[in-house]
Design a protein around this ligand. Structure first.
Ligand code: T68
Length: 832
């Protein structure tokens, strides 16, 4: 039966009226027909519903654009190679305050809102924390009515889909655009030329000009981002690459040379084909650099266009006004090319001199660092850069030269440091451009993402620059949006919070959660809290059964670690802990076992396709699970489950059902972490090291409500030295766990190389560089404290409540408010 048979179609929805909304859904089912008009299954229902919601969004998006145009406020542009948006439907109707109306409207077709929303594919245009942070920031920018937009790339295939096969992780292309995305609006009117390769010439007017090479087009797709309870909707503008008809060689095509006729078209397609193409080959590196430049150039041309559009009379001679109207934030070093591109546009296209262009650029761009891992600090080959972007390479060389001269002439004391501070590393073996150094030299502000991380930037990574520019460095502790990460993903707990606080204003003023503290011992609240947790645990258990076939017990302690698989995040320590627990359970008598706290250990996350040890870790978790879960002696007390294909919507099921979550990185290595904040907000207790934002979470929720273990950041260097000098004595429990795996208890796969990475002083595996061996005993002891605490149900629920109550600081509304005031200098611009 078609939608029109059930409800009469109507072109426009009246926002609060379910009948009018149903009419509009029916209208979209008929007149935006992507499917046969005869059927109206859950998938059609999703697309028609989404298009109906899009009508609301577009109205707001247009009003906001016009309002910003008229008021001409200073605007922020967030440049990011990644956005992990996840699903949009529930979030959009939640922010617009029309969830109930839509649920009722959908019922008229015989469907439940949840089932329809479940049809949506995740937009996974990102890897992990950095991409999800960008998405949380957009939600907060819109909610705070800030004039700000995001810019990114419209990857055809986002982050791969993970499947677990016998051999371990398999990667499959994630086809989020397979049908289409109902949220994006293609903007055929917004197209910019993007050049690659070519050479630099001197134009007749004496300016330097980049010419030749090949020119592609960047085409804009807008994704409207609604704020919570506001009329404002901002834009996430994603660029796609196109070649034009003029690039199509009809002569060659008619001559049967089909591939060479459409060469540029196929090269255009490569640019936005995938997120993070493999970069082991030279071609791969070139493609990544092309992607980065594509984002920067299109976005800056668009920003300059808008600067001119808003006040056409200011165009000439008023470039000093630019930084009072535009702030550009670079999300890590991936968009660093924004710096030389802005310089080029200002000098070569607009005719500014170096000093003026530099002044404008410096006052416009700022840089957020997300990692101190040396291997993650981007360096581009000077040769590749010169070939692909010859004019930018000239500009970078000039920036490097002027920086050097400045230090030599003003800071004699720093002469010995200049080489390592320079933008260029002219090592004859491998001359490179250091992108982070370029960001520090050219940006007006550099920030870290948690207090500990920002201090490490100031004291170690960027310490030399600090003495030149003491005011350049700031901290902006990360945050998460409370809308997606509590209000919408955990409706049961949200209702309880609203009931006890007697307001739902916490949704946009998260500090109000502290009001829960005074009820932390209230037995009625305890009963409601426990019931909500149990409901979420049951939903989680169903997900686990659906995707893995493993039955888990909702009365066991749900212990979760979900994040990208990386050695510094130490999923290996977690699984060694589980192996140790299993071995001890095996050694116990049936009587002794009955005193044990039953636990379900869940691990989820994707390993980068070429990261061998990370893939071995995935395999190990699966192998341990296969043995433990089928061991009838102990599987009442322990289950180990690998959750496949971890993504935003899986997180939305897992986090509400969690009771303990692991954030156990080697201290000093996790810049912040943001899932730790999501867990804590959902009343989950953390076991963790003093790393990243854990430090601040523990301060906020109270040290009694956090299971701490492990070495501190300032001990790490010394411990590694000791290890190198052969002074490390491993704990017998650590040896026992490793030995158990080596014995073949979990199958025939050869884990020797993985386990060897934990051995030795240096050399293979860097002699346990991540100090799993050092931290293991205190980890096991902290886990024993967890077991004891969980036995006291009252105590545990109180800890859970106090975690939620202490999470107010970690709202991305707080983070974005600080960026707005302390870095960008922008203020709210609400649509009246
Ligand atoms: C993360 N970084 C940090 N990088 O690891 C995490 N993509 O501590 C922090 O909370 C988060 O950023 C937000 O600040 C990433 O997620 C990447 O995904 C990455 C790294 C290199 C290249 C591409």
């Amino acid at each position: 039966m078609s939608a029109a048979d059930k409800v009469k179609p109507a072109a426009s929805p009246a926002s609060e009226d379910p009948s009018a909304i149903a009419g509009n859904i029916s209208y979209h089912a008929q007149y935006s027909p992507h499917f046969s008009p005869l059927a109206f299954g859950p998938e059609q229902a999703f697309y028609a519903t989404a298009e109906s919601v899009r009508d609301h969004l577009l109205q707001r998006w247009n009003d906001t654009y016009l309002h910003f145009h008229k008021t001409d406020p200073k605007q922020t542009y967030y440049l990011s190679m990644e956005y992990l948006q996840g699903r949009a439907l529930t979030n959009a109707i939640g922010n617009l305050g029309i969830t109930g109306a839509y649920a009722d409207a959908i019922k008229k077709f015989g469907y439940e809102l949840e089932a329809v929303a479940g049809q949506e594919r995740d937009a996974a245009l990102g890897n992990g924390g950095l991409g999800r942070l960008a998405s949380c920031f957009l939600d907060s920018m819109a909610t705070l009515n800030l004039p700000s937009w995001g810019y990114g790339l419209r990857y055809r295939y986002g982050l791969f889909k993970q499947r677990i096969a016998k051999e371990g992780q398999e990667e499959i292309a994630e086809d989020w655009l397979d049908k289409f995305s109902p949220w994006e609006i293609v903007r055929h009117d917004i197209v910019y030329p993007i050049r690659f390769f070519g050479h630099v010439e001197i134009a007749p007017d004496g300016r330097r000009k980049w010419a030749g090479g090949e020119v592609l087009s960047a085409l804009a797709y807008d994704v409207p981002i609604p704020g919570y309870k506001t009329k404002n909707a901002i834009s996430l503008r994603l660029w796609d690459a196109k070649a034009t008809a003029a690039d199509f060689n009809l002569f060659q095509f008619n001559d049967g040379q089909y591939e060479s006729a459409a060469q540029l078209h196929s090269r255009a397609q490569q640019i936005c084909a995938v997120l993070y193409p493999g970069d082991a080959t030279e071609e791969g590196k070139l493609l990544r650099l092309k992607q980065q430049y594509f984002l920067c150039s299109a976005s800056l041309q668009d920003i300059i266009f808008r600067f001119k559009e808003r006040k056409p009379d200011r165009v000439s001679g008023k470039w000093s006004e630019f930084p009072s109207k535009v702030a550009v934030q670079m999300n890590d070093t991936h968009p660093t090319l924004a710096i030389p591109e802005l310089m080029r546009l200002l000098m070569d296209e607009e005719g500014l001199g170096w000093d003026e262009a530099w002044d404008v650029t410096n006052k416009t761009v700022a840089y957020t660092n997300h990692t101190v891992l040396p291997e993650a600090l981007e360096k581009w080959s000077q040769a590749v850069m010169r070939k692909l972007l010859p004019r930018h390479m000239e500009i970078i060389e000039e920036i490097d030269k002027r920086f050097r001269e400045m230090v030599i002439s003003t800071r004699k004391d720093m002469e010995g440091k200049i080489e390592s501070m320079r933008v260029l590393d002219n090592n004859p073996e491998k001359p490179v451009v250091r992108m982070a150094n370029l960001c520090v030299v050219a940006g007006h502000t550099v920030n870290g993402v948690a207090e500990l991380h920002s201090n490490i930037l100031k004291e170690e990574l960027f310490a030399d620059y600090l003495s030149i520019w003491p005011k350049k460095f700031q901290n902006k502790t990360n945050g998460i949006t409370p809308r997606r990460w509590l209000r919408f993903c955990n409706p049961e707990l949200s209702e309880i919070v609203t009931k006890w606080l007697k307001t739902d204003q916490w949704t946009s003023n998260l500090d109000l959660l502290t009001g829960l503290r005074k009820f932390a011992d209230d037995e009625k609240l305890h009963a409601e809290w426990a019931a909500a947790k149990l409901a979420s645990k049951k939903r989680l258990a169903k997900h686990v059964l659906d995707v893995t076939g493993v039955t888990i017990d909702p009365n066991s302690l749900f212990d979760i670690q979900i994040k990208r698989i990386h050695e510094y995040k130490r999923q290996l320590m977690n699984i060694l802990g589980a192996v140790y627990r299993y071995k001890k359970l095996k050694e116990m008598s049936a009587e002794e076992r009955q005193k044990v706290t039953p636990r379900t250990v869940m691990v989820g996350g994707k390993a980068f396709a070429t990261y061998t040890n990370a893939k071995r870790i995935v395999k190990l978790v699966n192998d341990v699970g296969a043995v433990v879960n089928n061991d009838a002696d102990v599987n009442k007390y322990l289950k180990v489950v690998f959750i496949p294909n971890y993504n935003v919507s899986v997180a939305e099921v897992l986090i509400p059902g969690s009771e303990l979550s692991q954030h156990i990185s080697t201290a000093g290595m996790e810049a912040s972490g943001t899932s730790n904040m999501k867990f804590s907000l959902n009343g989950c207790v953390i076991i963790g090291t003093l790393d990243g934002a854990n430090v601040e979470i523990r301060e906020e929720v109270g040290q009694d409500n956090f299971f701490l273990f492990g070495a501190k950041a300032d001990q790490i260097a010394g411990l590694r030295k000791e290890r190198e000098n052969g002074l490390f004595k491993p704990d017998p429990r650590f040896e026992e766990a490793k030995q158990f795996i080596r014995s073949g208890a979990f199958g025939t796969y050869d884990y020797t190389p993985l386990l060897d990475s934990l051995e030795g002083n240096t050399g293979f595996g860097r002699g346990d560089y991540f100090l799993v061996g050092y931290d293991f005993p205190s980890y096991i002891e902290a886990q024993a404290r967890v077991d004891e605490a969980y036995k006291d149900k009252k105590k545990w629920i109180k800890m859970s409540i106090l975690n939620t109550a202490g999470s107010g600081k970690f709202s991305s509304d707080r983070t974005i408010d600080q960026y707005a005031k302390e870095i960008w200098g922008i203020s709210a611009c609400p649509v009246p």
